[in-house]
Design a protein around this ligand. Structure first.
Ligand code: ATP
Ligand code: MG
Length: 320
């Protein structure tokens, strides 16, 4: 039996060996993950990573080539109608009925999803306030700016109080003040909902999510709780070396040291990578001094999340 990585017994979202080809193009390549109740998980990846494709399949709007997805134990491949009742989905481009007012649009979706009329009226006012749409509630959607249309998309996703929210790049096109409000809103919603959101911006996950799944070229390249993410690079150590002497020659010499994986130039420094279980500092010092060069400094460097993301998504093809 597959172990749920989150440690939760009841995953609300389950993805199993999901694969999607568009013609010959492999967009999602055999990915599996679980999201437990109450988690806010970020699906992080660069453009074309397969984020939107995964979400479209997860919400039952598209069939996978292979694999299964479950929301609240409903199989979204074979029984998406049932599963959709549990989901609020904000797609990448939200289809909005441009000649409806915001209120009519939200009312339409509330009723479509079975919210009783009395409750709908109250709930629409709630989501209008939550999404800061008060000023435009009686405006037709076609006359709204892009950012406000985005907010209507979010309001639409939560109007029926679903257990699970799937938000595809929820802050794209929104101004900085609203971005921060939207992030706070997502965190607030996270208290009552299970949320999967996609983004290609790292700060978004850092600020909003408890856990991140990093995907690149259709594959999961890393998955962990935010506070553990730096452990992903536990396998490697980085040293920043400042040395006076002929750079190219120094690089060549350092590369020959046992356990040194890579030496590269960054500004005035040389960055030396090695496996975590090897500390090449002594050897580096000795090599430099013996060669008659001047060692100015040698420091261990913490990798930032940004470094980790870049390392994971720009590493060479087919590394052994
Ligand atoms: N309808 C489609 N037909 C053909 N190929 C598609 C289609 N939708 C997506 N793709 C391809 O599938 C791959 C994954 O696309 P997807 O939209 O899932 O990426 P994404 O991670 O959401 O990217 P972005 O950050 O740009 O939104 C890309 O190579 C894309 O060109
Ligand atoms: Mg996308």
């Amino acid at each position: 039996m597959e172990q749920n990585k989150t440690g939760e017994k009841n995953s609300l979202i389950k993805v199993r060996h999901l694969t999607k080809y568009y013609g010959k193009r492999l967009a999602v390549d055999n990915i599996s993950f679980d999201i437990g109740k109450g988690e806010i998980v970020g699906l992080l990846g660069p453009n074309a990573a397969g984020k939107s494709t995964t979400m479209r399949i997860l919400t039952g709007f598209m069939m996978p080539t292979k694999g299964d997805t479950f929301i609240a134990d409903c199989n979204m491949v074979s029984n998406s109608l049932e599963g959709r009742k549990h989901i609020g989905y904000m797609p990448e481009s939200v289809p909005l009925y441009t000649d409806m007012t915001v209120r009519d649009y939200l009312d339409f979706f509330a009723r479509l999803r079975g919210v009783p009329r009395d409750r709908a009226r109250k709930r629409i006012n709630e989501v209008v306030t939550l999404c800061s749409l008060e000023e435009y509630v009686d405006t037709v959607i076609g006359k709204l700016s892009r950012g406000y249309k985005q907010r209507v998309g979010l309001a639409q996703a939560i109007v029926h109080e679903p257990e699970v929210l799937i938000l595809d790049e929820p802050t794209v096109g929104i101004d900085p003040i609203q971005v921060s409000q939207t992030r706070n809103l997502i965190k607030e919603l996270g208290k009552e909902h299970t949320i999967l959101l996609s983004t290609h911006i790292l700060p978004e996950v850092t600020m909003t999510c408890n856990r991140v799944i990093i995907i690149h070229k259709g594959k999961i390249v890393a998955e962990d709780r935010m506070e553990n993410l730096s452990a992903i690079t536990k396998g490697s150590r980085r040293l920043r070396v400042e040395v006076k002497g002929p750079t190219d020659q120094i690089i060549r010499r350092l590369q020959r040291i046992d356990g040194v994986r890579k030496v590269s130039k960054e500004g005035n420094y040389l960055m030396v990578e090695s496996p975590i279980n090897i500390d090449p500092r002594g050897q580096i010092t000795e090599t430099i001094v013996k060669s008659g060069w001047t060692l100015l400094s040698i420091d261990s460097v913490e990798m930032s999340l940004e470094d980790i993301f870049l390392q994971l998504t720009t590493k060479e093809e087919n590394p052994q």
